[in-house]
Ligand binder design. Structure first.
Ligand code: B3K
Ligand code: ZN
Length: 844
């Protein structure tokens, strides 16, 4: 397969004014009749008529009513067409039941549903399947299912049929159809201009009681977008559907969002606090796409970050507003470093706006989404809140109804502020995470920070020009007072210095507050200074960061110098843990430790070859030592932060449970799991139940709970996913692959459900010491399973390949084993384009 290049973009040859679709649903033989009103695009550079189409059986085609015999290839259809507006009609047959790739029209538990982004519509019918072709859709569905839904508003229905009309022009990737035996959890919302909107969450019968929280999240999102961005909903109906078999989290189809059931269904008994937070964020994210993605969409898929970066940024703002802003920021940065920095630092590194791809589905990445969101945050910090608001208003008015580019996006900021953003644009075009080195000087009351930025070369991008980096800095005096409140320094040069005058003593700097830019800060520091910042920094992010750095430094010393667990860390963390003026959720985060993957990278950066088992051992030693040192504090926290009120997944209860369960994890290392067993037996919600079972497994006392959990929940797919995952992540490294392998033979394991695949194989890759075990068993198992999944579901297979992306940091023996597995995957006959591209890029 040939790559597609951004620079080759040309406007569509024909535009579509209207499209009528009729679906005659049947599991193996669905007929799709289309009538498409085309007109030549005055801006086109060619008059060739080509429609995308894949895995379609063409029954007949007509132009202006006359039957034609088009030229058909596996990619699509071409024909000779009039040099004037014309009507194209086609009838095709497709096989939803046989569609295991979950792209296009497919079936999940007897229910018809669609996933069209990015290029799935071409598996439904012949069409110019590109986001810059926007059109008005009218849809008729014929079938024997009780509920039949599509985008927009219902315009009629009867026995065996339903019709829908969406008045808003949209690209084909936002088309959706759902049909099945579904029940609704209904509600409604009045927009601030008085539009009455019916809201529904559609689920399989039996799941009605799992919708209330998702519905509240939807209403909060609708209100928030009006208040903060001035954006109202624009139809009389908003539907959400929960689907069990889904490749990702959810999809923002116009007026008919389709969700992975794991990202919308919840009850206190079946979902954890973390699940609730994620559901709230994803419901918001998909809803926010109505303006950032649907009303204003992308010109081409290279511009994906235009809608995804902005929408992720908007959903983080929403969560920060509803919950705790510092806790959200810290969690986002943990995730950014774990996924995006890792990606940016390896063979899959690519710019936020990529310049070429083979399979676009492989570019729904942490870089496009999460780094894309960081760029919006930086822009806002650079121009200020007021200008940001003005620029967004201009974006919405200027580009409503259009398919846009990053140039359009940056232009509104330039127009509003008069600033030249060409240097900032490098953040979109250059891959790699900048390293920001800083050193300090203090002379006669003048304190100077010398910065140097460098971005390592990435594939195809050897030399990188300096970027515009907003560096938020504050200064503390040695007694803990803030002598310089946060100020944003704008670094534009490769090396640049900034001075602060009139200081009585040498200050302690707090640099990159709130993580003001997605860079790696390199600075010589001491444990004393880190402990000082953990105690005194007024910036919650940097306060947390100081604790994290202290933990990391101690762990690295344990691994490279054979040092004992660091007393300074234990001391400092004890102080934080018992400081009741601090938010419990913050304290729970502060009690977290750097991940195994984070430590592997830190070792590698320091010139060592990481040993996954040694990393795991060091973490275990530190956890044991800490459990001993903090035992009485943990006892106190565990009893004081029990929630006695009825379960609510709100920030207060969530924070209290997080802290109490962090304490329980420490206590279980001392009491063999007695308290955990008691909590397990008494638990009336999944957060408490899962935390307790996790501690029991860790303490080696989980067997009974493992059985009880399965018996209690075997009827609930989403809870059983947790059952698969937790057993694997809580197994000691030498047995993790074995446990995972055994679970792939469990009767409840299936390759057909992406959630179950991720719950099992994804879980293995989340335990690096188990996955990278010296036996190579983890590598073999993953490769075996990817080879089996690929013919069924290329998208999920390809995504999961990124488990191997860090392979170059390991020793030659491990590298050899991984290379052999990658080659074995690549040598598989008929390997999908998705997986071929991913494994090829990783292998290098
Ligand atoms: N836009 C979809 C993702 C589609 C992924 C296609 N492989 C969900 C989202 O970002 O909201
Ligand atoms: Zn999105």
């Amino acid at each position: 397969p040939q790559p597609v290049y951004l620079e080759d973009y040309t406007p569509p040859a024909y535009l579509v004014d209207a499209v009528h679709l009729t679906f005659r649903l049947a599991p193996n033989t669905t007929r799709v009749l289309s009538r498409i009103e085309f007109r030549p695009n005055p801006d086109a550079t060619s008059r060739d008529f080509f429609l995308h189409g894949e895995a379609l059986t063409l029954i007949s085609a007509r132009i202006n009513g006359a039957e034609i015999i088009p030229e058909v290839t596996p990619q699509g259809l071409s024909a000779i067409v009039p040099d004037a507006p014309f009507t194209f009609e086609a009838e095709v047959e497709i096989n939803p039941e046989g569609n295991t790739a979950l792209e296009g029209l497919y079936m999940s538990n007897g229910m018809y549903c669609t996933q069209c982004e990015a290029e799935g519509f071409r598996k439904i019918t012949y069409y110019p399947d590109r986001p810059d072709v926007m059109s008005i859709f009218t849809v008729r569905i014929e079938g024997d299912t009780p509920v039949m839904l599509s985008n927009g508003n219902p315009t009629g229905s009867g026995a065996g049929w339903a019709e829908w009309h969406d008045p808003w022009p949209k690209p084909a990737y936002l088309f959706a159809l759902v049909a099945g035996d579904l029940v609704a959890h209904p509600d409604s919302f009045s927009t601030r201009s008085g539009r009455h909107v019916d809201l529904n969450i559609w689920v399989r019968p039996g799941d009605e009681d799992k919708c209330a929280f998702g519905m509240e999240a939807l209403k909060k999102s609708m209100a928030w977008d009006e208040e903060v961005y001035g954006r109202e909903y624009d139809l009389d109906l908003f539907n959400i559907v929960a689907v069990d078999d889904f490749n990702m989290g959810a999809m923002e189809n116009k007026g008919l969002n389709i969700f992975n059931s794991s990202c919308v269904l919840s009850t206190a008994e079946t979902a954890t606090d973390a699940n609730f937070e994620r559901i709230e964020a994803i419901v918001a994210h998909e809803y926010f796409h109505n303006w950032t993605g649907n009303r204003i969409t992308c010109r081409d898929w290279f511009q994906l970050c235009l809608k995804e970066g902005l929408t992720v940024y908007r959903d983080s703002q929403f969560t920060a507003d509803l919950r705790s802003a510092p806790v959200k920021r810290i969690s986002d940065v943990i995730a950014l470093r774990a996924r995006q920095f890792r990606e940016d630092n390896g063979p899959l590194a690519h710019p936020v706006r990529p310049e070429s791809f083979i399979e676009i589905n492989n570019f729904y990445t942490a870089t496009v989404y999460e780094k894309g969101a960081e760029l919006i945050g930086m822009l806002k910090r650079l121009v200020g809140d007021a200008a940001y608001k003005e620029a967004l208003d201009l974006y919405f008015t200027r580009h409503d109804g259009q398919a846009c580019t990053i140039e359009d996006w940056l232009q509104v900021f330039e127009d509003v502020t008069g600033r030249d953003l060409s240097q900032f644009k490098r953040w979109y075009s250059d891959a790699g995470t900048p390293r920001l080195h800083v050193s300090e000087e203090f002379n006669n009351g003048r304190y100077t920070l010398h910065f140097e930025q460098k971005t390592p070369p990435t594939l195809g991008q050897e030399d990188k020009q300096p970027r515009l980096i907003p560096i938020a800095v504050g200064l503390l005096s040695p007694n803990g007072d803030e002598v310089q409140p946060t100020q944003v320094l704008e670094m534009t040069e490769a090396r640049q210095s900034f001075s602060f005058d009139g200081l009585a003593t040498r200050p302690i700097p707090s640099i990159l507050r709130d993580f003001s830019a997605p860079v790696i800060l390199e600075r010589e520091s001491s444990n004393a200074e880190r402990a000082f910042l953990l105690a005194h920094d007024t910036d919650p992010f940097n306060k947390w960061e100081a604790g994290r750095a202290l933990a990391r430094a101690g762990l690295l010393a344990m691994m490279t110098e054979g040092a004992a667990p660091d007393a300074a860390y234990l001391d400092a963390i004890a102080r934080v843990a018992r400081d009741d003026t601090l938010d419990p959720a913050f304290r729970a985060l502060a009690l977290g430790l750097p991940s195994e993957d984070d430590l592997a990278q830190a070792l590698f950066d320091a010139g060592h070859i990481p040993d996954p088992q040694a990393i795991w051992d060091a973490l275990e030693t530190l956890r044991d030592t800490r459990a001993e040192a903090l035992e009485s504090i943990a006892q106190d926290l565990y009893s004081r932060y029990q929630v006695t009120a009825p379960y609510r997944p709100d920030p207060d209860q969530t924070g209290a449970r997080a802290l109490a369960n962090a304490a329980l994890a420490m206590l279980s290392r001392r009491d063999g799991g007695t308290r955990a067993q008691a909590q397990y037996d008494a638990a009336d919600n999944m957060t408490q139940q899962l935390a307790a079972w996790s501690c029991l497994l860790q303490a080696g006392a989980g067997a009974a709970a493992t059985e009880a959990f399965y018996t209690q929940w075997k009827h609930d797919r989403l809870v059983i996913d947790k059952w698969f995952t937790l057993q694997i992540v809580q197994t000691a490294p030498d047995r993790a692959a074995e446990v995972a392998e055994t679970l792939t033979r469990h009767p409840d394991f299936t390759l057909r459900n992406p959630n179950r695949f991720r719950a099992t194989l994804g879980a293995l890759t989340m335990s690096p010491a188990g996955f990278h075990h010296a036996s190579g068993r983890g590598y073999r198992l993953l490769a075996d399973m990817l080879i089996r999944l690929d013919p069924l579901n290329p998208q999920t297979t390809a995504r999961m390949c990124s488990a191997f992306e860090t392979w170059r940091r390991y020793d030659p023996v491990r590298q050899g084993m991984i290379a052999a597995e990658l080659d074995r995957i690549l040598a598989t006959p008929n390997l999908s384009r998705d997986t071929t591209e991913m494994v090829g890029r990783i292998r290098g």
